[in-house]
Design a protein around this ligand. Structure first.
Ligand SMILES: Cc1cc2nc3c(=O)[nH]c(=O)nc-3n(C[C@H](O)[C@H](O)[C@H](O)COP(=O)(O)OP(=O)(O)OC[C@H]3O[C@@H](n4cnc5c(N)ncnc54)[C@H](O)[C@@H]3O)c2cc1C
Length: 502
């Protein structure tokens, strides 16, 4: 078996993993692993932008207040304060390494407004291609760095722990010929930056790699996971049979698009904020229409210069035969973002020695029960910087690769297993949940797991269902029709699962 070693092993080359690699390469050599190419990350797909309080009427405290409100009493206010204070410095860092943020006619960075933000504080690059522009810049900055070795198309299947349970490496498998296994040893730390879990659901905006591997890996290594029931469903994704659920950013509604059903009724009429209600409210309104047999559309025909403002969305719609300036766009909700994840400090430190988690896979207390739009790219950046600062001290504690204790490796999921998981999760842990559906889902997964005991997707999906079952209230993105109200006794009460607790 091939064996590689480095000071740091980073699993995942989205924004969190790539920025961490860039920064940590100052402290040692880095192995940057990913099961797909960087283009197939959530980071690359991000449209809306990145939030930072840099406007003259704005400040970190206001940004923090909006974040806490969206999080519905499940955020950690200290962590939110840190994130929002760091935001201006880090978006300027992005600008300085070359991210071409959009500018206004005065040559200043232009700031957009998004739902639940009280100020204009969203930076865009290339209109709705922000994630792509950021990732192209960061990826270019990694190139030709002799201290960073990239290994793409390798799926990490297990974390290697020593007798003291410290994580000292990872076992991966190439997902193309010759499908061989590779052992990666880390002198200082293994960092999970594996992104979200959208691909556990039938409809999702996430690219194919987002199957929750990081959740399964951390769970098997004994790390605590938190608030996995909080999955944000984006209300408006393209709903054309046979095509992926391409995201139509809410910036489109911000620019004047309205949601209508096939009867011509404006479905958000009567809601206080109309079409700009929070994502979970809009998603449930659309879901309810769909349940009644209605089709739901975005009417963008009143938006001036649609193709210039939203070039990526325009291009995609045209590809599917829909011209947004003339036709209604059929939409329905899709799984989009995981608020919960591996319990981690803002510097990525988990409760397992040697193991760090950054970006969407981590649960730091930033997002609570509902993510404020455009805070997640920011969280990737803030965590990567805090991790690098922490490592500057922590890496003094070098360890040996003594007596490695390889946990049982997971086995990559077949398409057949993934399809079953997606169907089960859409029914059991979709936009509206109840005890009966969740238990039914768990039972189905238990049966499939008997034949696929080492499936990462089933492991992650079961943990989401168990968490959804235990939270007997509706809060943020988690809506239980059998407990439709928020229970104030559960403010700041987290849902924690770990291997030991099971
Ligand atoms: C369509 C879309 C639009 C979005 N728009 C915005 C936005 O406008 N603003 C915003 O703030 N957020 C947005 N988000 C959310 C945001 O993009 C993500 O939360 C963020 O990019 C996550 O970054 P990450 O580095 O944690 O993970 P990702 O970018 O998803 O990267 C994960 C990496 O892990 C790798 N990986 C996974 N499992 C394994 C394994 N077992 N072995 C090896 N490698 C593995 C993947 O190949 C990938 O390289 C959007 C998300 C989507 C899907």
């Amino acid at each position: 078996m091939m064996v590689l070693d480095a000071d740091f092993i980073i699993v995942g080359s989205g924004l969190a993993g790539s920025v961490a690699a860039y920064l940590l390469s100052d402290q040692g050599n880095v192995l940057l692993l990913s099961k797909a190419l960087p283009i197939e990350s959530n980071s690359f797909a991000a449209q809306g932008g990145i939030a930072a309080a840099i406007g003259p009427d704005d400040g970190a405290k206001l940004h923090a207040k909006d974040t806490l409100e969206a999080g519905a009493e499940l955020c950690d206010s200290e962590v939110v304060a840190y994130l929002t204070e760091m935001a201006p410095k880090l978006v300027y860092w992005l600008r300085d390494i070359g991210v071409p943020f959009d500018k206004n006619s005065r040559g200043e960075i232009s700031l957009g407004l998004e739902g639940a933000h009280s100020r204009r504080r969203i930076l865009h690059a290339g209109g709705d291609a922000t994630g792509r522009k950021i990732m192209e810049t960061v990826t270019a900055a990694l190139e030709n760095n002799p201290r960073i070795q990239r290994v793409a198309n390798v799926q990490v299947l297990s974390l290697i722990q020593n007798q003291g349970k410290r994580v000292i490496g990872a076992l991966g498998q190439l997902n193309q010929e010759p499908f061989e296994h590779i052992k990666f040893y880390a002198r200082h730390a293994v960092i999970l930056a594996t992104g979200g879990i959208g691909q556990l659901f039938q409809r999702t905006t996430n690219p194919s790699g987002a199957t929750g591997d990081g959740i399964a890996l951390a769970y098997h290594a004994g790390a605590s996971l938190r608030d996995l029931e909080f999955v944000q469903f984006h209300p408006t994704t393209l709903d054309v049979e046979g095509y992926p659920a391409f995201l139509i950013s809410e910036a489109v509604r911000g620019a004047g698009a309205t949601l209508v059903n096939h009867l011509g009724e404006a479905i958000m009429e009567g809601y206080p904020q109309g079409d700009l209600e929070p994502r979970d409210v809009v998603a449930r309104a659309i879901y309810s229409n769909l349940q009644q047999g209605n089709r739901v559309y975005l009417d963008c025909r009143a938006i001036q210069d649609f193709a210039t403002k939203f070039p990526t969305i325009f291009e995609q719609c045209i590809l599917y035969g829909i011209n947004p300036t003339e036709n209604l766009i059929p939409v329905s909700p899709a799984a989009h973002f995981m608020m919960g994840g591996i319990v981690a400090e803002i510097n990525g430190k988990t409760d397992v020695s040697g193991l760090y988690a950054i970006g969407e896979v981590a649960s730091t207390g930033v997002h609570g029960a509902n993510r404020l739009a455009s805070n997640s790219l920011l969280e990737c950046l803030v965590m990567a910087f805090a991790l690098a600062e922490h490592m500057d001290f922590e890496r003094q504690n070098e360890h040996n690769f003594e007596e490695p204790n390889l946990s049982v490796p997971l086995i990559p999921d077949s398409q057949e297993v993934l399809e079953i998981v997606k169907t089960v999760m859409w029914e059991a842990a979709g936009i509206v949940r109840d005890k009966h559906a969740i238990k039914n889902g768990l039972n189905k997964l238990t049966i499939v797991q008997q034949h696929n005991p080492y499936s990462p997707a089933i492991c992650a999906a079961r943990l989401v269902l168990q968490s959804a079952l235990s939270r007997q209230e509706s809060r943020g993105a988690h809506f239980r029709s059998d407990f439709p109200k928020l229970d104030p006794r559960l403010d700041h009460v987290f849902t924690v699962v770990s291997f030991e607790l099971e």
